[in-house]
Ligand binder design. Structure first.
Ligand code: C2O
Ligand code: CU
Ligand code: CU
Length: 404
């Protein structure tokens, strides 16, 4: 289900685990206490239940939820345990964005299907380069279409794939407007032709079909991009069929919200997180067997009981994700906070449109170093941060941090 709530709401989700295995729920992007965050240690055993309860005190945005049992996250997400969590607020409502049939909430997930069944069993080399399914589904449908009028549409897009990165574009290269990212609205819309979206990231975009003739078909596509083998493929995600001539009075507002840029000088500390994949991990913990330990952060593999970083409550810090000698793609995600991306060096060398707003997941491409700045919560507790390539995460590319 897609959950929709207003800012300020108190949310209760009674959760009953009827699977034959352990699971839980993490509220990706929501600022909730650590006890409600679905930390891998807070598992709900098969047959057990847990009552999630928290108050929404953050900006309107496109958030989502999925399980977080260590080592099992990817498979459970692929099998279907993921959904949207939409937060609305008055600021956003006042902008009168396209809504109703003109607001589409789209999750993109690639799947492998054998004999009519979803399968999930990555091999070691697929864990390294990214486990990619041949079928790219939107909201669980292969090659879907949507009838549209000659109007504006708001697309809230989630990359819910384990490893695939999409370079979002329209088939005719028409520009579109990025209005929001992981943590809600940007200050101003940014007009682009393509937008790279890594696993876990969200994009809120406005697309205009105003200038098309009835009968025209336009595809939402993923274009090629620089970044390993998966960037070499271009493919269609879904089709829009213009089937109705309509008048459009909506215009894209020039100002959306206020995003106060955080000053690097306000940071009390910079932490470097050296991320290593398999190819550059030979000096790291290769372990003896195929399995965990080839994807690391600061040479460490996830240990559920070990606290890796200790952060003071309310502290402002800069974290740098360093993939400068890596050749794999790592979408890095931090629980418990929304951050601002302040710098990217190496690789693409600059920030993209969606990185001008609040984020909780940032794409770190091969050879890149990316710095983010954030204020940690006042409430104490243990959270994780990890690579949101879910094969990498399950492989141990995750650490704990504790707010004290
Ligand atoms: Cu969607 Cu720990 O993440
Ligand atoms: Cu998360
Ligand atoms: Cu990774």
């Amino acid at each position: 289900p897609t959950l929709k709530v207003d800012r300020g709401a108190n949310v209760t989700v009674p959760f009953q685990n009827n699977l034959s295995e352990e699971t839980n729920i993490h509220w990706h992007g929501l600022l909730v206490p650590s006890t409600m965050d679905g930390h891998p240690k807070d598992i709900v055993q098969s047959g057990s239940s847990f009552n999630f309860n928290f108050t929404i005190d953050q900006r309107a945005g496109t958030y989502w939820y999925h399980p977080h049992p260590h080592g099992k996250t990817a498979r459970q997400v692929v099998m279907g345990l993921a959904g949207f969590f939409i937060v609305n607020d008055d600021e956003e409502k006042a902008l009168n964005f396209p809504s109703g049939d003109q607001e589409l909430v789209l999750v993109i997930q690639d799947k492998k299907i054998e004999n009519g069944q979803l399968t999930y069993s990555p091999l070691m080399n697929e864990i390294m380069t990214g486990y990619t399914g041949e079928y790219v589904l939107v909201n669980g449908i292969y090659a879907p279409f949507h009838n549209v009028a000659t109007r504006y549409y708001r697309l809230r897009i989630l990359n819910g794939s384990t490893a695939r990165v999409y370079n979002i574009a329209l088939s005719d290269n028409q520009p579109f407007h990025v209005i929001g990212a992981d943590g809600g609205l940007l200050a101003q819309p940014v007009t682009v032709n393509t937008l790279l979206l890594g696993p876990g990231e969200r994009a809120d975009i406005l697309v205009s079909f105003k200038n098309y003739m009835v009968g025209k078909e336009i595809y939402l596509t993923s274009k090629t991009f620089n970044g390993g083998t998966q960037g070499q493929q271009e493919f269609r995600l879904m089709k829009f069929v213009i089937n109705l001539q309509a008048d459009e009075t909506f215009t894209v507002p020039s100002q959306l919200s206020v995003v106060q840029p955080m000053s690097p000088a306000s940071s009390s500390r910079t932490r470097v997180m050296k991320i290593k994949g398999m190819m550059n991990g030979m000096s790291g913990n290769m372990g003896g067997s195929m399995g965990s330990g080839v994807h690391t952060i600061n040479d460490k593999v996830y240990d559920i009981d070990r606290i890796d970083e200790t952060v003071k409550a309310g502290a402002t810090e800069i974290w740098e994700f360093d993939n400068s000698d890596g050749d794999e793609i790592h979408p890095m995600h931090i629980h418990g906070v929304q951050f601002q991306v302040i710098e990217r060096t190496g690789g693409r060398g600059s920030l993209i449109a969606s990185e001008q707003g609040w984020k909780d997941t940032v794409l770190v491409m091969p050879n890149e170093k990316v710095k983010v700045i954030m204020v940690f919560p006042q409430e104490k507790g243990v959270f994780v941060f990890h690579c949101h390539n879910l094969e990498h995460e399950d492989n141990g590319m995750m650490l704990n941090y504790e707010i004290i």
